[in-house]
Design a protein around this ligand. Structure first.
Ligand code: GLN
Length: 307
């Protein structure tokens, strides 16, 4: 028997066809992506996964790593220590803006690069390999499988990371970073280069929807009280300078990445992920945004929805 959720997803994918937009080109390796690849996955908190399109096509996670790195920083250091280093205010700026608070240098939030580089520095470990290994294991635990780095994307991004390098050194100057900024930059770029598929992302989102417990493995990864902090900054800051439009039109915590992914979290219910590499002017997947708007409307997913 056909499943109504599966039928619905297939139908909206057909109706919300190719939106415009361009593939990100500032990371050379990303410019080579096939702009018309597509996948949509929905994972429920009880571990059901629905898929449309190329759900197992892998791509680098990019900025969708940010909420998970922030989560690991909170898990390792606690809310107060993290809050001293990075704020939770929407910046209204683009993702790569060099926006540090005057005087303190504290980044506005962990969803823009300055704040995400700071969150990366808060991951505990003995040395660079140990700290990165912990992050890779953490991401894998959310996805429910072992993940690896796309070394091609890593090399390509690190070689051209002038802006992120400048941000890391500014953060060191303000003593927001306390150690070698190059070490933190390498780990930040490596995290962004972790290869995932759309199914992984839906399960990572569903783990947040499920209060920090991975729906399929049953492992409690992130303390439930910290999930709230992560979902809050995703709501206010996850879609960069389009966060206000997103909250109005879609109304759920979300995070996008320049490789073309978007995750959305409906607390207590589902994690959703879309992959489509053509980006709009804010750097968010154009078809991804269109699909989320549609799903939110049809399925009354908007958190502020009153029926
Ligand atoms: N690695 C990318 C960068 O730092 C991530 C940006 C993004 O996905 N928006 O520029």
């Amino acid at each position: 028997m056909r499943n109504p959720v599966q039928d619905y997803l297939e139908q909206i994918v057909e109706q919300c066809g190719a939106a415009g937009g361009e593939v990100a080109a500032y990371i050379p390796e990303l410019a080579a992506a096939d702009p018309d690849r597509f996948a949509l996955c929905l994972a429920t908190v009880d571990g059901q996964v629905y898929e449309v399109g190329q759900a197992e096509h892998r791509f680098s996670i990019q900025s969708i790593s940010k909420p998970f790195t922030y989560a690991l920083g909170l898990h390792d250091q606690g809310v107060e220590t993290v809050a001293r280093k990075v704020d939770v205010e929407p910046s209204g700026d683009a993702f790569n803006e060099i926006s540090l608070a005057p005087g303190s240098g504290r980044p506005k939030n962990p969803m823009i690069n300055a704040g995400a580089i700071t969150a990366t520095s808060l991951v505990a470990g003995d040395d660079e390999d140990d700290r990165f290994g912990r992050a890779l294991d953490w991401f894998g635990a959310f996805a429910g499988r072992e993940l690896e780095v796309d070394e091609g994307v890593y090399g390509s991004e690190l070689a051209t990371a002038h802006r992120n390098r400048a941000i890391a050194h500014m953060l060191r100057e303000f003593e927001i970073l306390e150690d070698d900024p190059e070490e933190v930059l390498r780990r930040y770029v490596r995290q962004c280069s972790i290869a995932v598929d759309t199914r992984d992302l839906a399960l990572m989102a569903a783990t947040l929807a499920n209060g920090g417990r991975q729906p399929r493995t049953g492992r409690q990864l992130l303390e439930a009280h910290l999930v709230e902090h992560v979902l809050s900054v995703m709501t206010t800051c996850g879609m960069y300078d389009a966060a206000g439009d997103w909250v109005s039109a879609v109304g759920m915590p979300a995070k996008s990445g320049v490789s073309g992914g978007i995750i959305g979290v409906l607390p207590g219910q589902v994690g959703v992920a879309v992959f489509s590499p053509r980006l709009d002017a804010h750097g968010n997947s154009a078809r991804g945004v269109a699909l989320f708007e549609r799903m939110s409307r049809d399925m009354e997913m908007h958190l502020m929805h009153v029926s």
